[in-house]
Design a protein around this ligand. Structure first.
Ligand code: 6DK
Ligand code: ZN
Length: 369
């Protein structure tokens, strides 16, 4: 198995600042300055574990290149692109659109490299240069919509890469799985009326964006039935996620038969994440990846490209990320020293409230095709 890997040090230079962001410092209100949650640390540490564990020697490095304006404009409005470019020239940078998604001077170039890095991963998979690929990019992308960025995202990296695959590489059908703990609203919106792209989002019920990602959001027009949402209750662990995989994701992909599978890969459903309340372990991420690879082998010769999204635990993201990339590469597992702790938490087995929402989404998956 040849696994492609995209990373660039400059992704760590995307500057989200120490004030502003999710809760701007406000001394009068007792809010002290703090480093933005979406900072370089979790991703840099994941890359360093990939190197130090030796996995890097098994990976085929793929050099990211900036997405062109034409590529970005397949998903975003000219106004959004021009505003990001203009704010990126300012000495203090700007914000992608919602006041919690700051970027520093030169942020446009880094965001374009992130989107282009995902395109490069998709190119390598579709051309057969690699069997599958992981793009460890930053800033993330899955919340950005046509006319603005939001939720720490500037451009919709994975949607831009999917649009490139359809327009340039001749890929007809694409299945997108989003396992970031937040709803993949931007990716969903990009293809909401498009039956050639199936989006499936597994997320914690109503965390971010607010009131987004209900099971009733199923697509529109010709795209009706080709958006699937699984809003899992807080506390969902390995058992609940694997049940969602077995009952919703795998059946949906089997029926849809995509030519390529893309993954919005966040690690904020991990058991130690500060921004959400799910309980995935590195073993859970490993099993999710293996099941996806099994169905990919059945339907699309194993073609999978993953794009990194969120994940905010500096200690645990690297072990979860390593587990995913190791599995893609068919490499021997490196030990996760935290696995005994987090897999010992009660509640990893499927719970009735989890089963209820998974059953509702499974009924949607059964309608495809
Ligand atoms: N607000 C993402 O991980 C981004 O999906 C998630 C953005 C969540 C913002 C909502 C939030 C807070 C938190 C703490 C205090 C105040 C407000 F796009 C990705 F990066 F992938 O948690
Ligand atoms: Zn997230």
């Amino acid at each position: 198995m040849t696994t492609g890997y995209v990373y660039h040090e400059v992704f760590g230079w995307h500057d989200t600042g120490t004030s502003g962001g999710v809760l701007p410092s406000d001394p009068a209100a007792g809010v002290q300055p703090f480093v933005h949650f979406e900072n370089a640390e979790t991703k840099r540490r994941m890359h360093e574990l990939i190197v130090v564990s030796g996995l890097i020697d098994r990976l085929e490095r793929i050099r990211p290149r900036p997405a062109t304006e034409e590529e970005i404009l397949r998903i975003h409005t000219p106004e959004h692109l021009e505003r990001i470019k203009a704010e990126s020239r300012l000495p203090k940078g700007g914000d992608a659109g919602d006041g919690m998604s700051p970027f520093g001077k030169g942020g446009y170039e880094i965001a374009a490299l992130a989107a282009g890095g995902v395109i490069a991963a998709v190119d390598a998979v579709v051309s057969g240069r690699v069997d599958n690929a992981y793009a460890l990019v930053r800033p993330p992308g899955h919340h950005a919509v046509a006319a603005q960025g939001m939720g720490f995202c500037i451009f919709s990296n994975l949607a831009i890469a999917a649009a490139h695959a359809r327009a340039v590489l001749g890929v007809e059908r694409i299945g997108i799985l989003d396992w970031d703990v937040h709803h993949g609203n931007g990716t969903q919106a990009a293809f909401y009326d498009d039956p050639s792209v199936l989006t499936i989002s597994l997320h914690q019920d109503n965390v971010f964006p607010p009131n987004s990602g209900a099971v009733t959001e199923t697509g529109t027009g010709a795209g009706e039935g080709y958006s699937i949402n699984v809003p899992l209750p807080p506390g969902t662990g390995d058992g609940g996620y694997l049940h969602a995989m077995d009952e919703v994701v795998v059946p949906a992909l089997r029926r849809f038969r995509p030519d390529l599978i893309l993954v919005a890969s966040g690690f904020d459903a991990g058991a130690m994440d500060p921004l959400a309340r799910q309980m995935l372990t590195s073993a859970g991420y490993r099993a999710l990846t293996q099941r996806l690879m099994d169905v990919a082998a059945e339907v699309c010769d194993g073609r999978i490209a993953m794009s990194h999204e969120g994940g905010y635990s500096p200690i645990y993201v690297p072990f979860c990320g390593l587990a995913v990339v190791e599995t893609l590469a068919g490499a021997e597992p490196f030990t996760d020293p935290l696995l005994p702790v987090v897999s010992g938490y009660a509640g990893h087995d499927l719970q009735p409230n989890q089963k209820a929402v998974i059953d509702a989404a499974a009924a949607l998956a059964a309608r495809i095709g």
